[in-house]
Design a protein. Sequence first.
Length: 440
Amino acid sequence: MSKKKFPPRVGFVSLGCPKATVDSEHILTRLRAEGYLISGSYRESDLVVVNTCGFIDSAVEESLDAIGEALAENGKVIVTGCLGAKGEVVRQAHPRVLAVTGPDATDEVMEAVHAHLPKLHDPYDDLVPPQGVRLTPKHYAYVKISEGCNHNCTFCIIPSLRGDLVSRPVGDVMQEAQSLVDAGVKELLVISQDTSAYGVDIKYRTGFWGGRPLRTRLTELARALGELGAWVRLHYVYPYPHVDEVVPLMAEGKILPYLDIPFQHANARLLKLMKRPASSEDVLARIRQWRSICPDITLRSTFIVGFPGETEEEFEELLDFLEQAQLDRVGAFAYSPVEGAAANELPDHVPPEEQNERVARLMQLQEEISTEKLGHKIGREITVLVDEVDGEGAIARSSADAPEIDGLVYIDNGQSLKVGEFVNVRITDSDTHDLWAEVV
């Protein structure tokens, strides 16, 4: 009898944001469904797929370095992702790559894999779990509800990389979410480039889920996801007026009281230059309204500091906004020119040393705000989701903490807890970003 051939092995490198992570998961799921094995070693792989990021210069450099490392260690590399949308950049740096595709290109990646590494058919090896292959821990998962973006923010090139908004059918989203929950996922993190625009491209078309009609719209989707029995967390929410509709769902406990809204700045002139909506007065009024409806709401945002033309007075206006808004979680980034971004052509670019000084001032202010807000939680009882357990205790997250970007809850007496378990704890201490607690 002839010896059975070993299934082909594919190495995989996934870089970039959670949206890219979902793209990676789709590719990995297809690979496993077709009988390919996933290898954690370059040398044991028959070829390597690198899912890249190309949003800012440092991400481009990291992606090109990852491609170079894979070529040096393995020699056979397929490139996909946002940097892949700039195929000439990849091929100029690494002409030996086998193929280059853009983001959200599972079919194109699989065609390249088939061309350079034909699969072996085995009906037993082709089986994958119904939730697909995931790069996240078993108890939480990202659910991407749309691809692309219809905005033309002057600092961003995402539309040129990922195209215009394309919303997934609401029934498909719900089926994926249900499969994840059935497989033991306890937290669903809803992501896209612009989550609040879900359904705009198809005029909020009515789909079906569970034998009943369901509009392709954020409010209706959030309500339906909230019926599955898992935590539901909304990310990348553009501040449209209809976002106000999801806050009552948070107050009712249908979804987590958490909004991730990238405001980017508070000065009206700079927001106009960025092609972003709203004014700081409008935003502050809405924040007060949200907190009146759902007092426990956690607000996360990001800001660009040192945007071309930003004056000291305009930066101080941003600091004043933060003082008034009292946001729970804040990320700040110095403006970085991205090849192809319209903002590059604006005059009066802020020197890097001044940008960094402003970022430091902003983050110092936010650390003071965060420290005070977390201190008020001492003595409270909250529900947390356990992420890690070892001999020293457990590490968990509250409803205010998204994985990898927000704070943690350290449970000193949590040695007997299990990963993926919900548990009630009492907060005993806090610092700038994290909490300490004990099991109640």
